[in-house]
Ligand binder design. Structure first.
Ligand SMILES: NC(=O)c1ccc[n+]([C@@H]2O[C@H](COP(=O)([O-])OP(=O)(O)OC[C@H]3O[C@@H](n4cnc5c(N)ncnc54)[C@H](OP(=O)(O)O)[C@@H]3O)[C@@H](O)[C@H]2O)c1
Length: 223
């Protein structure tokens, strides 16, 4: 029986590409994002190995509900990819919008924590794998970047979770991309990393022998 990967931010970009790559590698995928139409189209494309679970990851009960449905449908969860995230329209501490910071923290930090909290009981059962989308902006300082600071949280939390999860045979991997050509940006970035490149890295981490934990995969564009 195939293993199951729960993905947040699965409607576009890195999450959608990872869904396709994981299924091509023999996994089943449970797909969470707010855009039901995009998730349904992706499931239509992928087939029975995929399940659409529309919902908002900044709302813990919605994440718990999606995880419960995924576990019931596929018989368990072997890996979770906390990938949903956003940037800021208005950068900077003096010029930025505190309400937009709240939405950023709710998604990039709280949504990621909610995904971990909701999936960890399932991952304990399977000695499973938690993957988190960090960023080059979460391992290098970028002047004044509040978005980058949310990704420093992801990298710090990921290392801490690696140390916790190894106690019971689990694994945690931070996926750390440089600029990727996705709807994250308003304009296309055709000369940068493609979402399929990051999807390949996620599947590589997933398919490692259980004795080996890739703690971070950092992928930068060559151009
Ligand atoms: N693109 C880059 O250069 C880059 C580089 C480093 C790291 N990253 C990170 O990579 C991750 C994926 O981004 P991407 O580049 O693939 O951009 P994207 O195409 O904009 O994907 C963002 C995903 O998050 C989902 N999402 C947003 N708010 C949500 C919410 N409240 N609840 C559930 N899902 C939500 C979106 O779907 P809905 O709108 O349908 O909810 C979408 O599926 C993010 O964490 C981002 O910070 C991106």
């Amino acid at each position: 029986m195939s293993k199951t990967l729960f993905i947040t931010g699965a409607s576009t970009g890195i999450g959608a590409a990872t869904a396709r790559a994981a299924v091509a590698s023999g996994w089943s995928v449970a797909l969470m994002a707010r855009s039901e139409d995009k998730l349904t189209a992706l499931v239509d494309e992928i087939g029975d190995a995929a399940l659409a679970l529309p919902g908002d990851v900044t709302d813990l009960p919605q994440v718990e509900d999606a995880v419960a449905k995924a576990a019931a449908h596929f018989g368990g969860i072997d890996a979770a990819f906390a990938n949903a995230g956003k940037g800021l329209d208005t950068p900077g501490t003096e010029n930025g919008d505190p309400e937009e910071w709240r939405q950023l923290v709710d998604l990039n930090i709280m949504g990621l924590l909610y995904t971990a909290r909701a999936t960890l009981p399932e991952l304990r059962k399977t000695k499973g794998h938690l993957l988190l989308t960090g960023s080059a902006a979460g391992r290098n300082h970028i002047k004044g970047s509040i978005y980058g600071a949310t990704k420093w949280f992801v990298h710090g939390y990921g290392g801490n979770m690696s140390d916790e999860m190894r106690d019971w045979g689990g694994r945690c991997t931070v996926i750390s991309p440089g600029m990727v050509d996705t709807p994250f940006f308003d304009t296309p970035k055709p000369d940068k990393i493609q979402p399929e490149d990051i999807a390949d890295a996620v599947v590589f981490a997933l398919n490692q022998n259980p004795r080996a934990e890739l703690r971070e995969i950092h992928v930068m564009p060559t151009g």
